[in-house]
Design a protein. Structure first.
Length: 259
């Protein structure tokens, strides 16, 4: 019996114009083919802002920090990612704490807090995600959603997911499934394609050789990522949508940053 997520995947492939399955590699928790060994412990800082594509007006700019830690919880090797996203509108600032399996990058636990929306905590299994009853005042305490097939990657960790992709050459194409915690609809497969390379200017008159990677959500919503070839680190993001564009850059003096 073909599951609904498999039907969606077939439609996705046809929509994107793929000629054969061999052209696209699916990166998944169940396939254990994501390279979490590229991730390093430490903290990195970022600048982020939104820009109106018509007027050029910049809004809701902010600064963020992502910290990666390796740990062991109940005998399981895990990766803990802690995020602080501070925007000029403090009500939209966000704290994120996510625990994932160190080998497969399967999400195990995710917690977020915003002043505007409160606390949201989730426990994940191989089959579903449920509201965490251990989180005080959890606005998603009664949440439950069953995955269709293998568990997807967490969209809160899009930076770490992209940095763990096996980019090797221009023209590579991948399909990854991303899920935003707390939503009650199937995770979608998205096309990830290495479209080119670029040397980005760094400090002390040096340059960083990067892959340029396009992540496509649909025809009108897509992103370009700059990932360093040597250390698989995120350096820059340009995200495009009809109403507003989003930009993020890594501060070069932030750790682990040897590139």
């Amino acid at each position: 019996m073909i599951l609904r997520h498999e039907i969606f995947y077939l439609i996705f492939l046809l929509f994107m114009g793929f000629r054969s399955y061999a052209q696209v590699d699916t990166i998944g928790v169940d396939k254990k083919n994501i390279h979490t060994e590229y991730l390093r412990e430490g903290s990195s800082q970022f600048l982020a802002w939104y820009k109106d594509p018509k007027t050029g007006f910049i809004s809701n700019h902010g600064i963020g920090e992502r910290t990666i830690k390796f740990s062991n919880i109940n005998g399981r090797e895990v990766i803990i990612v802690i995020q602080h996203r501070h925007y000029n509108d403090s009500s939209t600032s966000k704290y994120v704490y996510t625990v994932s399996d160190r080998k497969t990058f399967q999400t195990l636990y995710d917690y977020t807090f915003r002043i505007a929306s409160g606390a949201e905590g989730f426990n994940y299994t191989d089959k579903d995600v449920v509201g965490a009853d251990t989180v005080k005042n959890n606005v998603k305490a009664n949440f439950h959603y069953s995955f269709e097939g293998a568990p997807p990657f967490c969209s809160e960790l899009n930076v770490e997911t992209m940095c763990s992709m096996p980019f090797r050459k221009q023209g590579q194409k991948f399909a990854i499934s991303l899920y935003e915690p707390g939503l009650s609809y199937p995770a979608e497969y998205h096309l990830v394609e290495v479209t080119g390379t670029e040397n980005i200017a760094s400090v002390n008159d040096t340059y960083i050789d990067c892959w340029i990677v396009k992540l496509t959500y649909d025809q009108d919503n897509y992103e370009y990522w700059w990932i360093s070839k040597k250390r698989h680190e995120f350096l820059k993001l340009e995200s495009f949508s009809p109403g507003s564009n989003f930009y993020k850059v890594k501060l070069f003096n932030s750790a682990p940053g040897r590139f």
